[in-house]
Design a protein around this ligand. Structure first.
Ligand code: IMP
Ligand code: MG
Length: 457
């Protein structure tokens, strides 16, 4: 039941994505004006088709307007005035765009898949728009060349929360396909373990499949790293090491600005986080155990299998985050406080650093060919946590393009979509510059439909 409380709760900004809500609001207008709920009484199928066609046209026009507004924002970005773009005025939380977002084409693609324009009672939803943005991002990334780096969150993105990547997981084939196309892979997870054995337990299906693969060259097999604890522990695939992983000492990969993360500061931040967590456990009477680690502190249920109320988890994250933000030490050191579904953790660093390290590792190691760090527009981070507070994938947005999925099945679908675009890109070979881009994308969407035919709305 949707109570008034729930409705108001859902209005809290930390549970909303301003950009998606704004687009949803824009699409709500043609939905109200052109959808025909009375159509259910009518038997003439032509009027239903007409309504869908009209709604489609109007929605597509709006997506095209938003696309142009993003283009304008990108122009402002280029000269450092993005704070003054029209989009920034309308959606103050808007961040950096690393590529164009061909929203009109992406809308057409998702409309054929989800029949958004054919709906008469349910307007374009948060999920519709999230998926359109994902498709647009894939189109944006693949239109400028191959994808150099794909990073993946673990829990909820590759496997169900708290579970492991088992050999039967369909995402394995998709990741191996990307590796076979020379895309580097980083698993950037909050799960913070110091030992290879624990990561092997969580990711054994993928590691064993890489070892057994007959489509990967030895060099391509080296293109997998695991970045654990957000940005704290780096492991690489290593066929001769126990558990197929080799731990890289921090000295060998930290970025220059990470050298200021000294032990006394780390201890001070974790001490403060721990005392704030204890306070929340007392105030909210949570049956929780505090877990202190080398680079993190968190609360987990005292009784395995028991569930914390969602509101208590969110309250805890917001309290701890505020306390840390307002502290001296919180200004010296990046940290990430987040709700892990049934736990709350505060980690040193965050996924923006985790992805940056992957970009630098593959670039600086010469694995990228030119010795330079992989760029944000050539990077895609896939994750499930993109709300502005209490979510850990959100931070990755500042260093690369992102796709927001809701469960592991969506990750598989997203990677199939990406594969379709990469394959077509390969066939399409020579791409035209400038205004050729638009036609190229459209043609690519159409070719995608030919390959995966979907009934037209
Ligand atoms: P992710 O979705 O792959 O980023 O993993 C998040 C989950 O990892 C959290 O919800 C925790 O259950 C688990 N986890 C295990 N160790 C840590 C840690 O040190 N920091 C944060 N999360 C951890
Ligand atoms: Mg996750």
């Amino acid at each position: 039941m949707t109570t008034r409380y729930r409705v108001e709760y859902a209005l809290k900004t930390h549970r909303r994505d301003q950009f998606i809500e704004w687009i949803k609001g824009l699409l709500a207008v043609p939905f109200v004006l052109y959808s025909q709920p009375t159509g259910v009484f009518e038997t003439r199928s032509s009027s239903v088709a007409q309504m869908a066609a009209e709604a489609h046209r109007r929605y597509a026009e709006i997506m095209s307007d938003v696309e142009h507004m993003i283009d304008d924002h990108i122009e402002h970005q280029k000269v450092g005035t993005d704070g003054q773009s029209k989009l920034k005025l309308l959606v103050p939380s808007i961040g950096t765009f690393f590529t164009r977002l061909p929203l009109t084409d992406a809308f057409r693609y998702q409309d054929r898949k989800r029949f958004i324009s054919s709906r008469r009672f349910v307007p374009p939803s948060f999920n519709d728009i999230r998926l359109i943005l994902n498709t647009a991002q894939l189109m944006g990334v693949t239109s400028v060349g191959p994808l150099d780096l794909a990073t993946f969150d673990g829990d909820v993105t590759l496997y169900d929360d708290g579970k492991s990547l088992e050999p039967i997981n369909p995402v394995i084939d998709r990741i191996i396909y990307l590796m076979s196309r020379n895309t580097k892979i980083g698993i950037v997870t909050a799960a913070g373990y110091t030992k290879a054995e624990r990561y092997y337990e969580r990711l054994h299906g993928l590691l064993e499949a890489i070892k057994a693969s007959d489509i990967l060259t030895p060099a391509q097999r080296q293109n997998l790293v695991i970045m654990g604890g957000e940005s704290n522990f780096l492991f690489t695939y290593s066929p001769d090491s126990p558990f197929l992983l080799s731990h890289l000492s921090r000295r060998s990969w930290i970025l220059p600005s990470m050298s200021s993360w000294t032990q006394p500061t780390i201890t001070a931040l974790l001490d403060l986080a721990e005392s704030s967590l204890r306070e929340c456990v007392t105030n909210l009477s949570l049956p929780a155990t505090i877990l202190r680690k080398e680079r993190a502190v968190g609360i987990i249920p005292s009784v395995p299998g028991s569930k914390f109320p969602r509101e208590s988890l969110e309250e805890t994250v917001l309290v701890v985050q505020k306390k840390l933000e307002m502290s001296e030490v919180g200004k010296k050191l990046p940290f990430c406080a987040f709700n892990g579904g049934n736990d709350v953790f505060v980690d040193i660093g965050d996924k923006s650093w985790g992805v940056l390290v992957c970009q630098n590792y593959f670039g600086a190691a010469g694995l990228n060919g030119d010795g330079e760090s992989i760029r944000g527009e050539r990077t895609l981070h896939v994750g499930d946590q993109f709300l502005s507070a209490g979510s850990n994938d959100f931070k990755a947005r500042v260093v690369g393009t992102t796709a927001w999925i809701a469960n592991p099945a969506e990750t598989v679908e997203l990677l199939d979509e990406l594969k379709g675009m990469m394959e077509k890109g390969k066939e399409g070979a020579v791409k035209e510059e400038g205004d050729g881009l638009e036609t190229d994308l459209l043609a690519r969407v159409d070719r995608l439909f030919e390959k995966h035919p979907m009934p037209r709305a």
